[in-house]
Write a protein that binds this ligand. Structure first.
Ligand SMILES: NC(=O)c1ccc[n+]([C@@H]2O[C@H](COP(=O)([O-])OP(=O)(O)OC[C@H]3O[C@@H](n4cnc5c(N)ncnc54)[C@H](OP(=O)(O)O)[C@@H]3O)[C@@H](O)[C@H]2O)c1
Length: 245
């Protein structure tokens, strides 16, 4: 039986919640990191748009991994927001700043803290970042969101190469496709002026073409089990075309 210790940021809803609900190991301890109580597992309450909160996450990694023995340690960074959707120079400055900090910086800082805490652990160790096709496509209204995902993608490529040289943690960024979560619902309610490509997502929803979060989560866990090149940035839609749009 595989004994696993898993942190998921953003397991209170959407894809993170589905990942928490579909953990493939029988003996798994799950710790959610988010602002609201998750439906399952332990909860570390943290507003990750506030850098002061990152330290308590780092302490959780250190505390739980000190002397830990088991087979698998995983940190999935799924927490993210689209807000504020709108053009740079037009949206609220405080909200924009929070989005830049959460989207671009939190994943790098928390990922670093996880790598530091997991360095001497004798177990399979994986660091997973949820990215997006928005890292490579142009979406007016999503500039900081797309830039954040592009930054995380490059961070994963570089850190994967570093871990190949020394460290040995497997690092991957996974784009899940277009998934039926609260984030998508929020998108459909956005004014076209703030997000001119909104109709594309309304149409996907109307045609029933949004991916099911639980299926996405199962495909992600299967991908981690199958193995990957360290530092890979993968799009789940290209790996499991039957399941995702
Ligand atoms: N849905 C899609 O189509 C899609 C496509 C590509 C990529 N993604 C990515 O997938 C990830 C999950 O998105 P989702 O669709 O599942 O969205 P979601 O349902 O809105 O879930 C977002 C999660 O992030 C957490 N979060 C947001 N702000 C936070 C903060 N300041 N501090 C801590 N946690 C915070 C939320 O928890 P609390 O509100 O409780 O804090 C929630 O658990 C995101 O990184 C997103 O960019 C989604």
């Amino acid at each position: 039986m595989c004994k696993a210790l898993v942190w998921i940021s953003g397991a209170s809803s959407g894809i993170g919640r589905a990942l928490a609900a579909t953990l493939p190991w029988q003996e798994a301890r799950l710790i959610d990191i988010s602002r609201s109580e998750p439906p399952a597992g332990e909860h570390l309450e943290a507003d990750l748009a506030d850098p002061d909160a990152w330290k308590q996450v780092g302490r959780s990694f250190q505390r739980e991994l000190a002397g830990w023995s088991g087979d698998r340690v995983v940190f999935v960074h799924a927490a993210g927001v689209l807000e504020p959707i709108g053009f740079a120079g037009e949206v609220d400055t405080d909200a924009y700043t929070r989005s830049v900090i959460l989207g671009s910086a939190a994943g790098q800082a928390l990922g670093h803290m996880f790598l530091a805490a997991a360095r001497d652990i004798d177990a399979g160790r994986q660091l997973v970042v949820i990215t997006s096709g928005a890292a490579r496509s142009v979406y007016p209204g999503w500039a900081s969101y797309g830039a954040a995902k592009a930054a995380l993608d490059q961070w994963v490529r570089d850190v994967g190469a570093e871990q190949d040289l020394r460290g040995g943690v497997e690092v991957i960024a996974v784009a899940p496709g277009t998934v039926d979560t609260g984030m998508q619902a929020q998108l459909r309610q956005t004014a076209e002026r703030d997000f001119p490509k909104r109709q594309k997502f309304v149409d996907l929803h109307q045609r029933g073409e949004l991916a099911d979060p639980d299926q996405v989560a199962r495909d992600m866990w299967a991908l981690l089990d199958r193995g990957f090149d360290n530092g890979a940035v993968v799009d789940l839609r290209e790996l499991t075309p039957g399941h995702h749009r």
